[in-house]
Design a protein around this ligand. Structure first.
Ligand code: PRP
Ligand code: MN
Ligand code: MG
Length: 180
């Protein structure tokens, strides 16, 4: 964690914004006519994405959060997904969209959707800004994906490395010059 690293921009703030506009369009089409859409952000990584996404959705939206952590400060998935903070609201019989920053091994989003499905929402859909299919350990695909990325450690736009860099407005990849 104390090793020096540099961050190279991989996806600009502008391309993220453009992609979110297109995704919002598809989500509005899917949920048109919904009574209330509960948009669930997975803390902490999704907080930037959910903020930008909901502002593009002119639907009756409710925002809730759930915290499930697997990585902690490490660069490796623990594969044990713990629910650290549950939703405040009810989702039974309601439309739900789970918003995640990245699907890596797939453990987090697959466990969380299984967990939420037991409350029998009307429609349960998932969206992830980033997808790293090369790292998948469980068979899982979000209903919508912003960008498929190669197997690089990324930060920014909500995503951390040891809790830092979440505030970068773009997605960058972490590089360790001393390892090159
Ligand atoms: C990261 C990321 C995703 C998850 C993806 O969260 O934000 O939630 O890991 O990995 P997976 O597909 O291998 O499960 P993390 O556990 O680091 O918590 P954080 O969102 O608070 O950073
Ligand atoms: Mn996360
Ligand atoms: Mg993390």
């Amino acid at each position: 964690v104390n090793r020096d690293y540099v961050i190279d921009e991989m996806i600009s703030a502008k391309s993220i914004a453009a992609r979110i506009e297109a995704l919002a369009h598809e989500i509005k089409r899917e949920f048109r006519g919904t009574e209330q859409l509960v948009v669930v952000g997975l803390l902490r990584g999704s907080f930037v994405f959910i903020a930008d996404l909901v502002r593009e959705l002119d639907l009756p939206v409710e925002v809730d959060f759930l915290e499930a952590s697997s990585y902690g400060d490490s660069m490796e998935s623990s594969r044990e997904v713990r629910i650290l903070k549950d939703l405040r609201g009810e989702i039974g019989g309601r439309d739900v969209l789970v918003v995640e920053d990245i699907v890596d091994t797939g453990h987090t989003l697959s466990k969380v959707t299984q967990y939420l499905a037991t409350r029998t929402p009307a429609r349960l859909r998932t969206i992830a800004l980033l997808d790293k299919p090369a790292r998948r350990e469980v068979d899982f695909k979000a209903d919508w994906t912003g960008f498929e990325i190669p197997d690089e450690f990324v930060v920014g736009y909500g995503i951390d490395y040891a809790q830092r860099n979440r505030n970068l407005p773009f997605i960058g990849k972490v590089r360790f010059p001393d390892a090159e």
